[in-house]
Design a protein around this ligand. Structure first.
Ligand code: PLP
Length: 391
């Protein structure tokens, strides 16, 4: 007979990877409260608090603002599945891993993904999106939507949104923005984007700059997105992610749809309360401050950023792995000897960059200082070196 494992007690890691970020003990405490029934009027009040605070965080007055039960990927799938119908043409900006994932979802839902691709580490120029929309219109089958990632976590690029919002609307399409890594950490103004035209549909994840554990995906949809959803020929293929049904569950009707993860909703409520108490602008400034601290520290270590200074995402720092240094070995030692997690590169950047996330409760000066000290020790140690790659 095998013995049951003992109770689990996680090591006290400093999470400086692409997410999840660390969680404020106050959020963990909120999460440890006793669960209520999900249709209990008191829990319904908790849901309404979450909706109201999400509107503040997204800077929107959209009535349809809620949290999808699931991670950022569920938020992405909800956004795309509710908008895309078979044969729809959707422009997808692909500047990294998550843009490519949006395109894959469009295709799986029967849409035609028209890609605007740039090399990983660069931003998508608005002119390229405009040319693509123009050529779709000339072909007689205009695009229904433009999908793009605000903060591309795979590259550390912050994508400018305003021009793309304006020109997409001028082409009669809607804008879907992935804000998984940006919400709560960099400026995002859903209603104000594009000179007040607004982003039509956006989603995020609880576990990054918002500072809650993974498991919920905030989402907001504006009037143009609702018009697209209401004009559908058939309901979305996903029952689980049908926003019309979810609105009835989160709204006044309280119509049963699924069982919300009660304790995760408690956690998100507390994380949002803390973020709003801190002040959204002050929070963005804190993320910028720790990024600046990291930037000057890594310069002293001789490390370089992948991304041009103009497009750098302060909450996810892509640092080039120096020639002759073993990426995985450095990350291994950071974790084992210093209790610090950072991320490696994805796709074409695998082995070429480290991804240092400074998000939410992780975005604190003491964490940056510990990371820099650990890197100084590790990079100074001869056993990390291997012969430079022959090219
Ligand atoms: N979009 C972006 C930009 C992300 O960074 C991530 C996760 O890192 C996702 C989507 C998917 O989120 P999740 O891993 O929470 O499903």
């Amino acid at each position: 007979m095998t013995a049951t494992p003992g109770p689990f007690s996680p090591p006290a890691r400093i999470l400086l990877g692409p997410g999840p970020a660390m969680v404020d003990p106050r959020v963990l405490q909120a999460m440890a409260q006793t669960p209520l029934g999900h249709l209990d009027p008191t829990f319904h009040g908790v849901m309404q608090d979450v909706r109201a605070m999400l509107r503040q965080a997204f800077r929107t007055s959209n009535p349809l603002t809620l949290a999808i039960s699931g991670t950022g990927t569920a938020g992405m799938e909800a956004a795309i599945a509710n908008v895309v119908q078979p044969a729809d043409r959707i422009v997808v900006c692909v500047a990294g891993y998550f843009g490519a994932r949006m395109a894959e979802m469009v295709r799986r839902l029967g849409g035609e993904a028209i890609l605007v691709e740039v090399p990983w580490g660069e931003v998508v120029p608005a002119e390229r999106v405009e040319e693509t929309l123009d050529s779709a219109r000339r072909s007689g089958a205009p695009a229904r939507a433009v999908c793009l990632v605000h903060a591309e976590t795979s590259t550390g690029v912050l994508q400018p949104l305003d021009d793309i919002v304006r020109l997409t609307h001028a082409h009669g399409a809607i804008v879907v923005v992935d804000a998984v890594t940006s919400l709560g950490g960099v400026a995002l103004d859903v209603d104000g984007a594009g000179g007040g035209e607004g982003i039509d549909l956006s989603y995020s994840g609880a576990q990054k700059c918002l500072g809650a554990p993974p498991g919920l995906a905030p989402l907001t949809a504006g009037a143009r997105a609702l018009a697209v959803m209401e004009g559908r020929r058939t309901p979305p293929v996903s029952f689980n992610l049908d926003l019309a049904l979810l609105e009835r569950y989160w709204g006044r009707e309280r119509a049963y749809h699924h069982t919300a993860p009660i304790n995760s909703v408690y956690a998100l409520r507390e994380a949002l309360r803390l973020a709003i108490d801190e002040g959204l602008d002050a929070r963005v400034a804190r993320h910028r401050r720790v990024h600046d601290q990291l930037r000057s520290g890594v310069a002293g270590l001789g490390l370089e950023f992948l991304v041009d200074e103009r497009w750098r995402l302060p909450v996810l720092n892509a640092l080039k792995v120096p020639d002759g240094v073993d990426d995985g070995a450095v990350r291994g030692r950071l974790l084992e000897e210093h209790n610090i997690e950072i991320g490696g590169g994805l796709g074409p950047l695998a082995g070429r960059i480290w991804r240092v996330g400074l998000m939410g409760y992780s975005a604190r000066e003491e964490n940056v200082a510990r990371f820099l000290t650990a890197m100084r020790i590790i990079l100074g140690a001869p056993r990390m070196s291997r012969p430079p790659r022959r090219t």
